[in-house]
Ligand binder design. Sequence first.
Ligand code: F6P
Length: 464
Amino acid sequence: MSRLVVISNRVAVPKARGAAGAQGGLAGALNSALKKHGGIWFGWSGQESEDRTGNINLQRNDGVTIATIDLSHRDVDEYYNGYANSTLWPLFHYRLDLTEYERETGKGYERVNERFAECVQPLIEPDDLVWVHDYHLLPLGDRLRARGLKNRIGFFLHIPWPPTRLFVSLPFHERLVKTMLAYDVIGFQTQEWLESFLHYCTKELGAKVDEASGKVICDGREVLAKAYPIGIDWDHFQAQRDTGEARQAAQRLLSSTRYRTAMIGVDRLDYSKGLPERIDGIGRFFDQNPERVRDLVYIQIAPPSREDVQSYQHIRNVLEQKTGQINGARSEVDLVPIRYVNRGYSHAELYGFFRASKIGLVTPLRDGMNLVAKEYVAAQEPEDPGVLILSRFAGAAAQLPDAVLVNPHSPDDLSHAIRIALDMPLEERKRRYEAMIATVRDDNVQNWTERFTRDLAGTKQARG
Ligand code: F6P
């Protein structure tokens, strides 16, 4: 088996807490992939320095070498806060209203991609499979090829690919996508994002798509483009069930909610997650069903994210205001309908919270996959499972059609779904759970890695 070299903006720092903590779902998923293959994980240390030090920090963890570099304040500002998270992230989540188009941050993005290439190249051996991740590093494959790298290089996009009409609002969009043709395999979370990409390539670049092989043929290059829906680390997540930490977390939640149904949401504090819209939906439910205020307590776990970006500061303020309004209007001396928590928890604690919550609310306005939806299902008790309310705009909806699917923009739709979930008979809950759990268990992160790396290893080696 070839060694794997994974390159992503963030790497999993040993002993870091929480799937929904600062690292998000990608880090956890890649950690287990690397443990199996052995190899290197290269990325940003998360540290900023006055100037670039040029040092690569190496650390061994569970058979995996973690190699990181620090970035300068300017790099972080232009590449991470700027082009990645103020241009590409909002654009790829269909939020043109929040997308900033700044030439300087675009240059910073290219500069940091070049720097990643320069630092990682000496660590790569001739037979390694190189696997680049996410929107921070779209041009990295091209930068590595320019340095003469002949290895097989794959790319996986963890977030949606926007429709062509939105994507063409990006200055130099052609140049950016052409750099992606340096990869051998490009993976997407869903068929929908894949189709958007293929549409762009055919309409804007004049590429041909070979239906039989899934290859995009453009400017003399052939790239396999395909959907590889990501899954959770099933074994690791299930192993949390018997931990004291998970049991205590479940107990804590149950004893504090007493006779009420606990409904839970766990999301990074990000506008793509539809949090204010969700609170509006809960407010609508209370307005339409005032007699049920005592039946329900909503727990929103929302660790802060990308706090230096203005749109993230804004979403935090909006959410605090909306939560405060509903709690002010609906609380009693012994009842607070919404608990809003700004911190991350460990996997074990999340397992316990999910298991103790009879409704899981996952309602992003747009999301590449959303592994929290799968984790919620995985944590349910088979004989008395809870109900997953899931946005139809999350990638996970294509795989979990037996969730209660909602339009997250509609407070009425959300309110209706909450009512259905609260009253759903055990038989129906079990039927839906059984349909979903098979997918969550079988389409796990190990299978995802296998599918992607098998395709990558099967491509022809060595481009000129
Ligand atoms: O899933 C998209 C993603 O950007 C991942 O790459 C990342 O791990 C997660 O969201 C959290 O974001 P950040 O690394 O900006 O904290």
